[in-house]
Design a protein around this ligand. Structure first.
Ligand code: HEC
Length: 138
């Protein structure tokens, strides 16, 4: 029931304010924990050309302003954030984070990062996980 109310209010909040102010973010860093069943997940989506093209497009709209068009953490908004942004080209930057960890952070947000929420379905978010990981594999 509590879970239901919580997810319902997230949906209501997302509907009302597309860009959540920090103090309403559902996943504050102080209380941030990734549910173990999600953290244990490996990406179930086999990346396709279309899937990755869509992820890149969405990344340009929703992520690049903070994480940088190439994932270097130097987006236009990065300097106004309190949290230092990681450069994903450095393989150490995502070390120890599982596919499920990245999925959860992208879907729910974390600290100063707004949630992608229901702007994309699970498949779209998994494709974003692949995209984020691909920045360090070049
Ligand atoms: C308003 C700026 C902002 C936007 C927009 C944003 N992020 Fe983030 N992102 C952050 C911050 C800040 C963190 C670090 C959060 C923390 O650890 O407190 C983060 C963390 C992450 C992480 C965990 C790895 C890391 O670098 O710490 C991933 C993966 C991620 N973001 C992906 C995305 C994706 C994909 C999008 C677009 C759907 C996105 N972010 C949009 C600011 C942003």
């Amino acid at each position: 029931m509590i879970r239901y109310i919580a997810s319902f209010s997230v949906i209501v909040l997302l509907g009302a304010v597309p860009f959540l102010p920090q103090d309403q973010s559902p996943a504050k860093s102080a209380t941030f924990t990734i549910p173990p069943d999600i953290a244990a997940q490996t990406n179930p989506i086999h990346p396709t050309t279309e899937g990755l093209a869509k992820a890149k497009k969405m990344y340009g709209y929703d992520c690049a302003m903070c994480h940088g068009a190439n994932g270097d953490g130097k987006g236009d908004m990065a300097s106004s954030l309190k949290t230092p942004m990681k450069d994903w080209h450095d393989p150490a930057s995502l070390k120890g984070m599982t596919d499920g960890d990245l999925f959860y952070i992208i879907q729910k947000g974390k600290g100063e990062m707004p949630p992608e929420g229901d702007r994309q379905n699970a498949e779209g978010i998994w494709n974003m996980v692949t995209l984020v990981q691909s920045f360090s594999k070049k």
